[in-house]
Design a protein around this ligand. Sequence first.
Ligand code: GDG
Length: 742
Amino acid sequence: MSSPKLIVASARLPVTMARKLERWVATPSNGGLVTALKSVADERGFRWLGWPGTNVVESEREAVTAALREHGSEPVFLGKAEAEGFYEGFSNRVLWPLLHGMVERSHFSPSAWRNYCRVNEKFADAIVASADPGEPIWIHDYQLALLPEMLRKRGVRSPIGFFLHIPFPSFEVYRTLAVREDILRGLLGADVIGFHAYEYVSHFRTTCLKVLGIESEVDELRFGARTVNLGVIPIGIDPLLIDEMKGHEDAIAERHGIQNANQGKKVMLGVDRLDYTKGIPEKLLAFEELLRTQPKWRGKVVLIQVAAPSREAVADYQNLKRHVEELVGRINGQYGSPTHTPVVYINKSVSRTRLVGMYQAADIALVTPLRDGMNLVALEYVAARGEMGGCLVLSEFAGSAHLLSGARLISPYNQEDLCAAMLEGLTSEPGMDAGFAHMVSFVGENTAKLWAQKFLSRLESHTEDEAVLAVPLDVSSGKARDRLESARQPLVLLDYDGTLRRYESQPMQAKPTAEVLRVLRALSAQAVVYVVSGRQADVMDRWLGDLPIGMVCEHGLAIRDRDGEWTQRLNVSGAGLKPIEPILEEFVQRTPGSLLEKKSASIAWHYRASDPEYGTFQAHQLLGVLEDALNGSQFNVLRGRRVIEVRHVNATKGDATAELLRLHSDADVVFAAGDDRTDEEMMEVVARSGGERTVTCWVGGQNASAEYWVEEPEQLLAELTELCALWGGRVSPAHGKKRSSD
Ligand code: GDG
């Protein structure tokens, strides 16, 4: 493992730490993820970063690190309280139930959230310290949802992949999360986000649209200037390992033990972590109902339920354990006898080899989760039974239901149906049928190894064509400073909406803040400043007219000089727009929350305040209608951020910028900032005018048309304040709390 080629991060390291005499010993665990990645590790080196799962005091950390290194693992040490808040407090009490659609079990606590953020930061620091430049980073699961963005913020340019092992719920559920934006933005730092099923991708897309206003394609979306790939990459298991385990003495003993103890009986099997998502009570209640309604099966069927202890510190899990034990007691009390126990309840972890023996002995597997990302037990049962065939009763709420077409699908919420499925299983011919055979070959081919390969190849191919060159703007250092500070006659071109000022749901609410005015005033004392906007002249005059700055209105229709004189650039009237007004009016009627902005020679349909999904749908419709209606006219359609605008073909920010550059040909440095498609035209003209004397900045993330970027308008204002200082000026301090100009 001389040159590691991959970093894997998960909340818990796949090891169990134990202190033996004076030494720490790490024993690798062999969960599904470990197996999947082991196959990849055989082909390329990788290191696994995570929490060792136990509190290690400062003085022993070195020894633990050494023990872990032997297994290719690197520890992220956490304090006791910190680990509790992160793991139990937020991951398991808030995110786990919520992402499984169980809103009422999700209890947000600000202090647990703070720990979650802090721990994600620790992971980010550990990865930055450990990763080589360009080394791909693969992050696993909901406990580390903030990590992708945190890595980006630390300047990591390597490919970052994220796999969500659990479901992503519908927007209606997700919106109840107090920190819904933070988690989404955190995830969107990744290049590839993998899910088990398209259903989860679909929910994720709707959520991105409704929470962040980001539109997407079926398999990707744009976040700033980056493309985030959304993949349906369902995990698999290692069927060869299961085959191997079938021959293990423990597996054979377990299988024979069960068969001998249950001669003449049918064996049903459930294997779950003792988790409220797994539908264990629902399974037991349906089994009880089966025995009640089908007396002839009493004494003839046994249900073995393995319920591996899980998250025992969380109250919901303690309650579940009590409830399950009550149900088992009730069923066995009612239908048991000295020679027959209907439910064999095993509330401890069973070795993997014994599990394989159990799968082999089970005529019917009952996999009945209320919600489950995938559910590996279903896949393992199919692989373990193999040629013997079998019967898989599977919840339609498990991700694996999308893959295992030979299963008998049920809803665990429908007891009658679950009972019927059990009965069908009991009465069906034993052995292999076509449906089961198909599942066996599916599970045999779509292995965990293939899953890991698919994910990694998508991650690597994604980044090959995604060369983002922009860097965060810092006018007080580096090349940006070198270019800017020598300026004697600088020219500053600034878009307004989304650049100087955050968007508002109604365009007329986006008046300049006091800070915008202060910054523009101070800057205009040091440079020639233009606000280059799609807004109408009278609005710009009203909002910014008192400042000694130039302006461009309606994307280049007219230019105002610093003395307040407007000059029409194009001789266009709005008369040509009359025929399309009724079309746009109709879309306002159709789309609640949308509105028209009529300007002198353009017209804009804004849908920022509409339902994002419905607004996007109507926008697509409108684009189609306008394309026909404007065919051959002098107007064309401009698609902005939640606005569709019809403007004259020659009214472009690109042309207006070219004119400004001519008017100010003595400018020795040009600074331009913008955030929308129209601003790309401005950036391109500025960049073409001589790259070495320009600084272009995109607001809202990286963009191929600008050299620098900031995240939001407030950050740009801060950089402009610095710029002012660099040129010898000073932005006056804020007075009081007044936010807008009028
Ligand atoms: C998450 C998602 C997704 C169970 N009892 C024992 C034991 N197991 C093993 C099973 C299986 C694994 O644990 C459980 O996997 P699941 O997929 O059922 O569920 P989660 O642990 O919740 O896993 C899930 C998975 O991630 C992968 O992406 O499928 O939806 O929730 O392998 O065999 N293993 C041992 N003793 C037990 O008593 N040794």
